[in-house]
Design a protein around this ligand. Structure first.
Ligand SMILES: *Cc1c(COP(=O)(O)O)cnc(C)c1O
Length: 397
């Protein structure tokens, strides 16, 4: 086994983050090279035939494989503790590829309620047209997942913590149910990343990522990935190389660089998020704070068992309604008004009018996404500056 490319048995996460997946060219470059090429040249007609038939391993065309993408896949697989990884053009194409590769018409998904908006739309409005049905259950209710499983169920799909209310799914307990019922468990690990949570080590079968968020971590690219065991990943790879939502080498290279600082970024951003959550909890204009790292979070004990820290997303409800929440947003000078997350720059979002704006007010209220709710995705600025900015915004209501 090549110690340069397959290191997951021997090294800690911090070491894997900067070393795993390294494969040098004839120039022996120290930093990973970027191979901006769509295709690869063969030495003979016979070699071309052998590469195309799969008899000989090697690159053919960058929709299939590319050395920079391969390096990124190996590094992320090592961090998640998975056998294999397939990179995709976005987080959504990672989810689409997983479903399209592993499921057929007539089959069924059980998903946690409160999934990322596009994932809900994919499951509800698009996959349903191809005969794949999804039932949504409350994220925290283990019995509800089990009760929703039917003979044709193939996947349980969850996100933990959820957006924006930071509800947690007990991954180990749900993995046991999934295993007992012969269903695969897929975890969208976007919010925690392997720096804080490793679902495969808790029994999940597959991890999907939006690399757009913390894996790059600097708001520069769109990308995604699926990590898990080789047989499933081979199926997903076969879908991807044919259907085509592959990751560009340039974006893979950006993600490779992002992964090197993943742990220190997640640690720093989580530490600031915890400080902000504590401060918000004591603020007179704040009615409630949702943050898994606070003892007041209903699943705090599970969070501390399952995650290395509370993560970098803090949601809070201001006293008042939409107007008051908007006033806070509009009076922040430092925080960016954007729905994105996982950036070094802190962002603030009003979920009820943006990410969850298309849901009916009644359904939104039932889901706990109130008009006064704000979500902050904490970046790398100082706690003092972020606190002062939010204090300034909150002073206007
Ligand atoms: C952003 C996001 C996605 C989708 O990822 P894209 O890279 O935008 O396609 C999926 N799941 C979660 C939890 C996300 O935050």
């Amino acid at each position: 086994m090549d110690p340069r490319t397959n290191m997951q048995q021997d090294y800690d996460l911090d070491t894997l983050a900067v070393r795993a997946g390294t494969a040098r060219s004839q120039f022996n470059e120290h930093s990973e090279a970027l191979y901006l090429t769509s295709s690869f040249v063969f030495e003979s007609a016979a070699q071309a035939a052998a590469r195309f038939s799969g008899e000989e391993e090697g690159n053919v065309y960058s929709r299939f494989t590319n050395p920079t993408v391969t390096a990124m896949q190996q590094r992320l697989a090592a961090l998640e503790g998975g056998e294999a990884c397939v990179a995709t053009s976005s987080g959504m194409s990672a989810i689409m590829a997983t479903v399209m590769a592993l499921m057929s018409a007539g089959e069924h998904i059980v998903a946690s309620r409160g999934l990322f908006g596009a994932t809900q739309q994919l499951f509800t409005n698009i996959l349903s047209r191809f005969g794949i049905r999804t039932d949504f259950v409350p994220a925290t209710d283990l019995a509800a997942y089990e009760a929703a499983i039917r003979p044709e169920t193939r996947l349980i799909f969850v996100e933990t913590p959820s957006n924006p209310l930071t509800e947690l799914v007990d991954i180990a307990a749900l993995a046991q149910i999934a295993r007992r019922r012969g269903v695969r468990l897929v975890v969208d690990n976007c919010f925690c990343t392997p720096a804080l949570q490793r679902p495969l080590s808790m029994g999940a079968d597959l991890v999907v990522h939006s690399a757009t968020k913390y894996l790059d971590g600097q708001g520069r690219i769109i990308g995604g990935a699926v990590v898990g065991a080789k047989p499933e990943l081979e199926e997903i790879f076969r879908f991807l190389r044919t259907a085509g939502p592959s990751l560009s080498p340039f974006n893979a290279w950006v993600i490779l660089k992002g992964l090197e600082t993943l742990r220190i970024r997640m640690q720093a951003q989580s530490a600031t998020a915890l400080e902000l959550a504590r401060w918000l909890e004591g603020h007179g204009r704040v009615a409630r704070v949702h943050y898994p790292g606070l003892p007041s979070h209903p699943q705090h004990a599970l969070a501390m068992r399952q995650q290395a820290s509370g993560g970098a997303i803090v949601s809070f409800e201001v006293r008042g309604g939409r107007e008051d929440a908007w006033r806070v947003v509009d009076n922040c000078r430092l925080l960016s008004i954007t729905a994105n997350l996982g950036d070094t720059k802190t962002t603030i979002t009003h979920p009820a009018s943006t990410t969850h704006g298309r849901i009916s007010p009644e359904a939104r209220e039932a889901a706990g996404i109130r008009e006064g709710l704000l979500r902050v995705a904490v970046g790398l600025e100082s706690f003092n500056d972020l606190r002062d900015d939010l204090a300034q915004g909150l002073s206007q209501i």
